[in-house]
Design a binder for this molecule. Structure first.
Ligand code: DX5
Ligand code: ZN
Length: 216
């Protein structure tokens, strides 16, 4: 399943571009939220989810790359987010926030960076809907897929299959027509792509369609 990241989109045409990815078969919209502390970049707030909500039926998936995810969660849920993903690096004990998001009837995911030991996710996999294995160090779109990610995806796939097969395995960062096949073969099932979707001269509909084809 493809989750276009709007971080790479032309914000003067955001709604139209999201509609174009939907036409290409996108499964959800990935909203990259950065606070300038957990990552060195500042991106967007819940006002963007509020703006997109009436434009698309696709689920809005919010990736909180922020130091204090609990502070922002309710604002994004009120704005219409369907799922909240936050980082284990800043929330070693995520159970309370997991329960809070689930309590609102929304999906919850845990993300972790390329230098975070995949094994440390095991205690939480049974409680979440999605595990996000970052394939770049977060902060900016357009970075290159870190090759060691493929082995990490395989390790996470084994853990998920054993602990909670319902949990989605998502990857994010440098996913394009050259890397998506490798990530899929290693066991990823949801693919975040920003530059490969919104930077493709063929346009977001064709880019989305081609990435989905390559992921199969
Ligand atoms: C973290 C962000 C980016 C973005 C994807 O930096 O999460 O990884 O979604 O960017 P691309 O697809 O352009 O690498
Ligand atoms: Zn992301």
């Amino acid at each position: 399943m493809l989750a276009p990241s709007i971080l790479a989109a032309d914000f003067s045409r955001l709604g139209d571009l999201v509609t174009l990815t939907e036409a290409g078969g996108a499964d959800r919209v990935h909203v990259d939220v950065m606070d300038g502390h957990f990552v060195p970049n500042l991106s967007m707030g819940s006002v963007v989810v509020k703006g997109l909500r009436p434009v698309t039926r696709l689920p809005l998936e919010v990736h909180l790359m922020v130091e204090a995810p609990a502070r922002f969660t309710d604002g994004f849920l009120k704005a219409g987010a369907d799922s909240i993903i936050f980082h284990l690096e800043v929330m070693p004990d995520p159970i309370e926030l997991i329960r809070h998001v689930r309590g609102h009837g929304k999906k919850v995911g845990l993300a972790f960076n390329p230098d975070y030991d995949v094994k440390r996710t095991e205690p939480f996999l049974a409680d979440i809907d999605l595990a996000l294995c970052m394939t770049v160090f977060p902060g900016f779109g357009g970075q290159a897929y870190i090759p060691e990610s493929t082995g990490r995806i395989r390790e996470l796939r084994r853990l998920i299959d054993r602990v909670n097969p319902r949990c989605e395995l998502e990857v994010d960062g440098g996913i394009d027509q050259r890397t998506i096949g490798e990530a899929a073969a290693a066991g990823a099932t949801v693919f975040v792509a920003g530059t490969a979707v919104f930077g493709d001269p063929a346009g977001p509909t064709a880019a989305t369609r081609e990435l989905i084809r390559l992921a199969k």
